[in-house]
Design a protein around this ligand. Structure first.
Ligand SMILES: Cc1ncc(COP(=O)(O)O)c(C=O)c1O
Length: 440
């Protein structure tokens, strides 16, 4: 029996009690529950890296604006289904200031988080043309988005971008798009879970093919401008957050308050639909709704049916945060750059003890330090590593659940506390000793 910080039996029993047969398929909540149980029984603190939840205080600008709005009585009023005009205007300014694209306020639509933004987008894209009944994921990705498609009964296809970066991306995408059944392509950039950031040349390929095959790109910017290798924090000034919006007119940008502004609890985001897509008609809309454009179906049919708009006070918060950022009065990226600093330290410890980064490069450049990183250990499959690390009081999720074909885990930096670097160092020293690489 190996000497480990947490008795293996405690972990094994917690896993058995939850009837989990394959840990690599365990959801984030299941991993969290096992870690909580083991922590309670053993009294040993876990280094929790499974949850992708912001670990910072919410943006003060947002909180203040929201309190004021509530005190002014807006809670009793239904919000405008199109969105608060001030938020629509600030969102339009924001995409100009930080991406350098022009989107009319009309197409900037508040949603109850990007989760609702993708749900509504998936619906509208899928309804546009009955021949196009499939969404394509450039994976790895955020597992709940596939769950959304399962809930609505829509098909999806997926490939792991790991082997298709750079020049290889075009051929791979065309192999799907040429079949004619894809309505939309989705990816996140920076990417959850790998923190890969697609380069301009890759976004160009995606944009060109979206135009050529007439598909819609859903660009999920949940981690807006959080590629800390480059300072993207100055409004109306290069460098900008890279975006497919520069290479096609068929796009929807999903901007979230959750991570960049640490505002996840209020469920607020903005879905920004390109001017040309907003006004576009599709045969599927005529059949289902008797008419409408992408934008009007999105707002007046789908969002209306889903939630009749977005929490009124949270819209005031988001408007204030975007306004302050646009005016250069609030550097939201400074608040969240701590995630990058944590990733840097954590990666260094893991690598020194024999681990490697699974997604390690953006073409020729090492991936950025940010909210997530991916780790593997020689000779261990993801399902083995996730369990083995739990014996050392470290919890993370398997890449298996994210559409990745690689063996390894996703680690999130958001809950790491300052005293835990020493803890991790000590535990990984022991891990390395107990799992010598040469014998594998
Ligand atoms: C890639 C990605 N998209 C969307 C979301 C959800 O964003 P929101 O909280 O705005 O619904 C997350 C949250 O973890 C995410 O990682």
């Amino acid at each position: 029996m190996k000497n480990t910080p947490i008795d293996c039996k405690i972990i094994d029993e917690a896993i058995n009690e939850m009837h989990i047969t394959d840990l690599s398929k365990a959801t984030i909540r299941e991993v969290k529950a096992i870690a909580a149980k083991a922590e309670e029984i053993s009294g040993v603190e876990f280094i929790k890296m499974e949850m992708g939840v912001p670990g910072l205080p919410p943006s003060a600008v947002g909180v203040q604006a929201e309190i004021e709005a509530l005190q002014n009585g807006i809670a009793s009023l239904y919000p405008d289904i199109n969105g608060l005009p001030a938020l629509k205007q600030e969102a339009s300014n924001f995409v100009k200031a930080f991406i350098n694209v022009d989107i009319n306020p009309e197409g900037c639509v508040p949603v109850t988080g990007s989760m609702q933004g993708t749900y509504a987008s998936f619906l509208v894209c899928s309804q546009s043309d009955e021949k196009r009944d499939t969404i394509l994921f450039i994976d790895p990705g955020f597992p709940v988005q596939k769950q959304q498609l399962v809930v609505m009964g829509q098909n999806y296809e997926t490939f792991d971008v790991y082997d298709y970066r750079g020049d290889k991306l075009r051929g791979k995408l065309e192999s799907y798009l040429s079949k004619g059944n894809i309505s939309a392509i989705i990816y996140s950039n920076p990417n959850n879970p790998s923190w890969v950031c697609l380069k301009e040349e890759e976004l160009k390929v995606i944009g060109e093919l979206a135009t050529q095959y007439d598909v819609i790109v859903l660009e999920d910017l949940a981690y807006f401008a959080m590629d800390f290798r480059t300072d993207l924090s100055i409004p109306y000034q290069t460098p900008y957050q890279p975006s497919v919006a520069h290479y096609t007119d068929n796009y929807v940008l999903l901007i979230s308050g959750s991570k960049a502004f640490s505002y996840a609890g209020q469920r607020i985001g903005v879905t920004c639909i390109s001017n040309s897509l907003y006004n576009r008609t599709y045969p599927g809309f005529v059949k289902r709704y008797g008419g409408g454009t992408f934008g009007t179906v999105f707002i007046h049919r789908v969002l209306y049916a889903l939630s009749s708009g977005t929490s009124h006070s949270a819209q005031y918060a988001m408007a204030a945060m975007l306004k302050a950022a646009n005016e250069g009065k609030y550097n939201f990226l400074k608040d969240v750059s701590i995630y990058g600093e944590r990733a840097h330290k954590l990666k260094e410890i893991f690598i020194r003890h024999g681990f490697h980064l699974v997604y390690d490069k953006d073409l020729d450049q090492p991936v950025a330090d940010g909210f997530y990183f991916t780790i593997g250990y020689p000779g261990m499959k993801g399902c083995e590593l996730i369990k083995e690390l739990m014996y050392y009081g470290v919890s993370a999720i398997s890449l298996d659940t994210t559409g990745s074909k690689q063996e390894g885990l996703r680690a999130c930096t958001s809950f790491i506390k300052d005293h835990q670097y020493d803890q991790l160092e000590e535990r990984m020293q022991l891990f390395e000793k107990n799992n010598p690489i040469s014998k594998k």
